[in-house]
Write a protein that binds this ligand. Structure first.
Ligand code: ATP
Length: 286
């Protein structure tokens, strides 16, 4: 688990911010789909340059929607950021088209390993070089193969025939080829065997460390995320309910009880929203 200084005023329950100059700042955004279905309700978070920040939460909390809001994909699903602001390297990006954001260095590795199945591994990487257009940078597949030697061995193979873990590696490799300054990773562990998850998370951490790329990591596998992230936010129903350095979150009694499921017989309390009530009740009982 990476160490992170305590944020100023970042007490559990009050969304704060990790220390360091932000690569990304999401400020109090509300997101609706189809002009009516509200999914994000005043969500704020920050990702400092060169850091890994985990975004956790139960199914349907709005994690994927948050990533789509940042990478500009919402309009494709008739979704919109209705209020609030998203800043990348200090500039507003909440109404910028996704291909322009990709060129500016935001790479979104979407849930479900999106690779071109009929293209080879090599061809997939060449296609990903698009993100470098106009930035005066050259794609470097050699770097990708250095991080993912298994892909080098299969470079002439069609991506559709790779294993799930190899496809996830290729999806991350494609994103990295664009030399991003911010990577959005949506559930890289999804559907993979624990040993493969360990392998991929080790590589993600190495990429962060060596390339200095900031990362916002959405994960259901909280322990895997806590293992590499510097700071974490936990969401419920479209807003952050608790945040802090991962070293603190993992030891926090409420996180353990309501999120990690280390219960002590209070299993009917299934959400952070019950925390205040629960604490009040505990005082009455004692
Ligand atoms: N295109 C869409 N149109 C309408 N509602 C949507 C759309 N995409 C997501 N939603 C709704 O928004 C809510 C949040 O979904 P989202 O996928 O962002 O959550 P999540 O936290 O990523 O969940 P999971 O962990 O299950 O992937 C859900 O209630 C979902 O049904």
């Amino acid at each position: 688990m990476a160490d992170e200084a305590e944020p100023a005023g970042g007490a559990p329950g009050a969304p704060g911010a990790p220390g360091g100059e932000p690569a990304l700042a999401v400020e109090n955004i509300e997101v609706v789909y189809h002009h009516s279905v509200q999914v994000l309700r005043g969500l704020s978070l920050a990702v400092p340059k060169g850091r890994i920040v985990a975004l956790l939460g139960s199914n349907g909390a709005g994690k994927t929607t948050t990533l789509k809001a940042i990478s500009g994909l919402l309009p494709l699903e008739i979704g919109q950021v209705r209020s609030g602001a998203i800043r990348y390297l200090g500039e507003r990006i909440d109404h910028v088209a996704p291909h322009l954001l990709a060129r500016r260095g935001i790479a979104h590795v979407r849930e479900g390993r999106h690779v071109f199945e009929d293209l080879t591994v090599d061809e997939n990487l060449v296609a990903a070089g698009y993100a470098l257009k106009g930035r005066g940078l050259k794609p470097d597949p050699g770097l990708i193969y250095e991080y993912f030697p298994r892909l080098r061995e299969r470079r002439a193979q069609k991506a559709g025939y790779l294993s799930g873990g190899e496809q996830q590696m290729l999806a991350i490799g494609r994103a990295l080829l664009g030399q991003p300054q911010l990577m959005l990773l949506d559930e890289p562990s999804l559907g993979l065997a624990p040993i493969v998850v360990e392998d991929i998370f080790r590589i993600i951490e190495r990429i962060n460390r060596e390339q200095g790329v900031a990362m916002l990591l959405v994960e259901q596998n909280a322990m895997a995320a806590f293992g590499i992230a510097h700071y974490g936010y936990i969401m419920e129903s479209g807003r952050v309910v608790i945040d802090g350095p991962c070293s603190r979150l993992v030891n926090d009694a409420d996180v353990q009880r309501f999120y990690l499921g280390y219960g002590d017989g209070e299993s009917e309390l299934a959400s952070f929203r019950h925390v205040k009530h629960y604490k009040r009740r505990k005082r009455w009982l004692s």
